[in-house]
Design a binder for this molecule. Sequence first.
Ligand code: NAD
Length: 311
Amino acid sequence: MSEVRELDFGGRVAIVTGAGQGMGREHAVMLASRGAKVVVNDINSNRAEETVKTITDAGGTAVPDSHDIVTKSADLVQNAIDSFGGLDIVVNNAGINAYGRFWEMDRDLWWKVFDTSFRGVVEVSRSAMPHLIESGSGRLINISSNALMGLPNDTSYAAAKAAVWGLGNSLAGEARDVGVQVTTLLPVAWTPMTEEAFGDPLIQQVMRDHFPSSSVSAFVTWLAHQDTTVHGETFEIAGISAARTAFSAMPRMQVTEPSPEVWAANAANLTKPGELTPLLKASDSFRAQVVYLAPEMDSQLPADAADVSSN
Ligand SMILES: NC(=O)c1ccc[n+]([C@@H]2O[C@H](COP(=O)([O-])OP(=O)(O)OC[C@H]3O[C@@H](n4cnc5c(N)ncnc54)[C@H](O)[C@@H]3O)[C@@H](O)[C@H]2O)c1
């Protein structure tokens, strides 16, 4: 077996949000163990300090940061600049959850979950982007969730995580031009969050046995590295297994005329199973729609036909 060389970050600077416990803590510890200087952000300052102590006790470099990602992202990024002179990596990990029926959940709580889990990612990314561009090997890793596919009694969190995914896919198209790599992860791990969510002892045991946080950290640390060239992708990551994840469409169908009655008559046809076509961005979907109805356009339509210009 060939020897695996340890990835070395050579003093590159990383921010990990929500790094006081759970997955974020392990991401920070693993990045630091490979030579990254880490800003350990968590709104719970005691927990941030504890993670920093773990890192520095092991000989690594880290500073604590307890700014709220939603309202104080500029101060968080400034902490990285003041402490370490630059910023190369952001892991947008912090997120919160709350459960309940959509129509019964307290309105302020619903929006707090959405704001922390989505607006926090937007604000930190916005503040970080100029520095990630300046880095020359900027890495932005956004933590979404399988919940984006639909999770009853978790509408706010699921909507926020879908928004994180949409943001990352779109931002990746812009960031490619400025040398910043963007990836989105849908992780699974045994953490305080999942401990609260899953009461069933059997599920708890499976999670404990197969899905330690550090497994997700290994994937995050690989993605964050300056030699990793993955860009604009989404991955599910759970334990030692991962899957590239993409929006897909079932076989397209057409009706004889656009009337509601004709669609009603074709409902079964529309929902029947069949081979999937991966759609990695909106332009892929637009292209498939056009070529289905106007096959002669296949050779004329550019791959990015539906992309909009920044002007
Ligand atoms: N655990 C899972 O299986 C799982 C699955 C899918 C997605 N995720 C996502 O992964 C990420 C980490 O999950 P976890 O299970 O480790 O969570 P966790 O609840 O164990 O830890 C989240 C940390 O974020 C911090 N935080 C909350 N609000 C903050 C804010 N405004 N500013 C700064 N820090 C804040 C909390 O204090 C906490 O320490 C989250 O985004 C979560 O939604 C987790």
